[in-house]
Design a protein around this ligand. Sequence first.
Ligand SMILES: [Zn+2]
Length: 62
Amino acid sequence: MAKLKACKNCNTIYEGDKCPNCFSKDSTEGFKGKISVLNPEKSEIAQKLNLKNKGTFAIKVK
Ligand SMILES: [Zn+2]
C-alpha cells in the first residue's frame, strides 16, 4: 500500500507522486490529523484552515 502524504502547499492528503489539487511535489509524511471537507463554504473548520476545495486535508503539516 502506498503511503499517504500531505501537501505542504495546500494540506491535501493524497497518494502518489504529486498533489492532485495544486500539483506541488512538496509533500510530507509527517502530518497530524485529517479532516474531510464536503462543503467548504459551510464548514467552520474549513474556513478556519482556509480551505476552499473539497477533499481530505491534514490539520497540521510539519
Ligand atoms: Zn497541494
